[in-house]
Design a protein around this ligand. Structure first.
Ligand code: T46
Length: 139
């Protein structure tokens, strides 16, 4: 998947295996759940309900977003199409491929968004200007 050819249809909800017993649930992510080796893990928390995060796309980065607690909405755009996904189950994550604009909003109280990333942090991988994003997608 490349910056140029990806569409919102390539962004998918992925179910994370759940091991359930009387003590509660345990979910585990191994290489068969996500299609990349994890190079970085970060998380968003204590996000005010009126805050807006994201507002950018990545050139090469794959990310897997997991709502460890609470819920939030992810708006995804490919320059032509828009989709909105609500994440609210800790065993269902969102796989975002390169070349997809994302906006995160409507965080519930206590929401925690865990992100597994295919690359280490690199500001050069970000496209933070939406007009530039649309131009790159249309070329
Ligand atoms: C994404 C959404 C879901 C770092 O120093 N290292 C890191 O690994 C990250 C992710 C960020 N930062 C710095 C860069 C900024 O100075 O932390 C500050 C906040 O980052 P940003 O405004 O990009 O945060 P979000 O929540 O808008 O976006 C982040 C990720 O950057 C992004 O890739 O998809 O979470």
């Amino acid at each position: 998947m490349t910056l140029k050819n990806s569409t919102v249809d390539a962004v998918s909800i992925v179910e994370i295996p759940k091991i359930k017993d009387t003590r509660g649930n345990l979910s585990v992510i191994e290489n068969d759940v996500i299609p990349f080796d994890i190079k970085r893990v970060y998380y968003l928390y204590d996000v005010p309900s009126d805050a807006y995060r994201g507002g950018h796309a990545h050139k090469e980065l794959y990310q897997f977003l997991i709502p460890l607690s609470g819920s939030f909405d992810v708006i995804i755009k490919d320059g032509k199409n828009i989709k909105s996904v609500t994440l609210n189950k800790p065993n269902k994550g969102l796989m975002i491929v390169p070349g997809i604009w994302r906006e995160l909003e409507n965080f519930s109280s206590g929401a925690v968004c865990l992100v597994l990333a295919s690359e280490v942090y690199d500001e050069d991988d970000y496209i933070r200007d939406y007009d530039q994003f649309k131009l790159l997608k249309s070329r």
